[in-house]
Design a protein around this ligand. Sequence first.
Ligand SMILES: *Cc1c(COP(=O)(O)O)cnc(C)c1O
Length: 363
Amino acid sequence: MSAPRLEIDLHKIGHNARALVHLLSKKGISVSGVTKAMLGMPAFTTALRTAGVQILADSRLQNISTMRSAGTQSPIWLIRSPMIEEVAQVVEHVDISLNTELDVIAELSKAATAAKKTHGILLMVELGDLREGIMPADLEDIVGEVLQFPNIALMGLGTNLACRSGVSPDAKNMGELTKLANATEQKFAIELPIISGGNSSNLDSILSGADVGRINNLRLGEAILLGCEPLHRQPLAGLHTDAFTLVAQTIESKLKPSQPWGTIAEAAFGAPKSDAPASLQAQGHILQSILALGHMDTDPNGLTPISNVKILGSSSDHLFVETGDALLPIGSEVRFDLNYSALVRAMASPFIEKMLLNRATAT
Ligand SMILES: *Cc1c(COP(=O)(O)O)cnc(C)c1O
């Protein structure tokens, strides 16, 4: 087995997806399974489908192409506003895209007309997180224009919170989205079948019984993968939080001083602040190992050792760990849990082997 590698337990991920689909269906909420962190990997989309996730959603057209090339028949949403030069491919591969700009929707309309297709859109509404979204006061005008575009079907509204600024989804902002949906329907005598209330960070409020208003869809990535909600990073009951393990190999093990010597200036990644707890900083010599894993591979700050080591610091290519009383043998492996930041970077790194465990059988 090669290292560094990311071990991915597809059975645990499938279990999480199934549990979330079940819990949310009781509240009339469908799940769009967000595939971006997994780069649209076919074994993952199969696990989602097998678990009852009917819609797939990704922010990147490359991942969506991967899924379509693998033969995915599921409806796919593009959950980041399309770039203008992408519109023809968006119309070809994507059923519904999330939009906020009339310039983009105009281009989607032209591309859809040329392809003799109807392209669905959700308009994203800004509710305070200052990520993507139309300001609520502008929504009516924009809907009026959107309804004029040929081959564009306005399928509903969406919002995204807790992403840039950490604004929590709650009954209040979900109520605001509900009111906007109702007002839009009345004003234009249309139906908005999809009201997509957000991402994994909505689960806290929804599962604790807050009024969801007209929310009937969530776009879930992190909760399916890591089994936790992103607001307080608490595990969700009954979900696996250990579907992923990052494994790195030891390339140096030595007894070294706990403190550097010489004139100290900036290190490769800025100020050389030692990550070590104060108790470690002046304790003479310690057993230190270097693992072949660094910023090129993952977010070292998002790793938690499963093995009995402490992370001291990192560089592009090295992770420095203190190993207590035992010298790690050269070539031995050290295992880590990952947070979302470490996970997405590990998935995107070409240097990390992805090892799939417990694949679901295709349905
Ligand atoms: C990434 C993303 C999601 C999924 O977020 P999680 O916190 O991983 O559930 C949902 N919606 C949009 C627009 C996204 O970009």
